[in-house]
Design a protein. Structure first.
Length: 149
């Protein structure tokens, strides 16, 4: 079975695991854990995994962004690192069609100590607010037919 992704013009493209999906994590330890999990599921080389720095200048159909912490208190390098706007922008902008943020809701409830931290956390909250469920072209029409509307 061939899977496809659709670009902004509605053209379908084959989704290839190695070139079509990347997983971005902020910390090398999280990258290692994700690789180990993929290896346990026999996918060691099919999905590219790395930090934001590894994927500078590269794109993929889908990008999965792992925030790697449950609460702001669990963040090893502090709020300024995990919530860094440049890092989030690079991670999201690698996606040609879909970006998926994997994050604990606790990360949206940070107790900020500075105006800068409020700005950074607010940007992540805004990203989550603006997120839309993934849809493929024609899904709305199919849903309307299925529900008789």
């Amino acid at each position: 079975m061939t899977r496809s992704w659709w670009d902004h013009e509605g053209a379908a493209h084959p989704l290839e695991a190695h070139s079509g999906v990347v997983v971005v994590a902020p910390y090398n330890a999280q990258v290692a854990e994700i690789r180990a999990a993929l290896r346990r599921h026999s996918l060691p080389d099919e999905v590219r995994v790395g930090t934001v720095d590894r994927f500078q200048g590269q794109e993929a159909a889908a990008v999965v962004i792992s925030m790697a912490a449950s609460t702001p208190d669990d963040v090893p390098r502090g709020i300024e690192f995990l919530y860094d706007l440049n890092r989030l922008n690079v991670a999201v902008s690698r996606a040609k069609a879909l970006s998926v943020l994997v994050a604990s809701p606790g990360l949206l409830e940070a107790s900020c100590r500075t105006v800068r931290q409020m700005w950074l956390v607010n940007a992540l909250c805004r990203y989550v607010e603006q997120a839309e469920p993934a849809r493929r072209p024609g899904a709305a029409a199919e849903n309307a037919v299925r529900h008789g509307t």
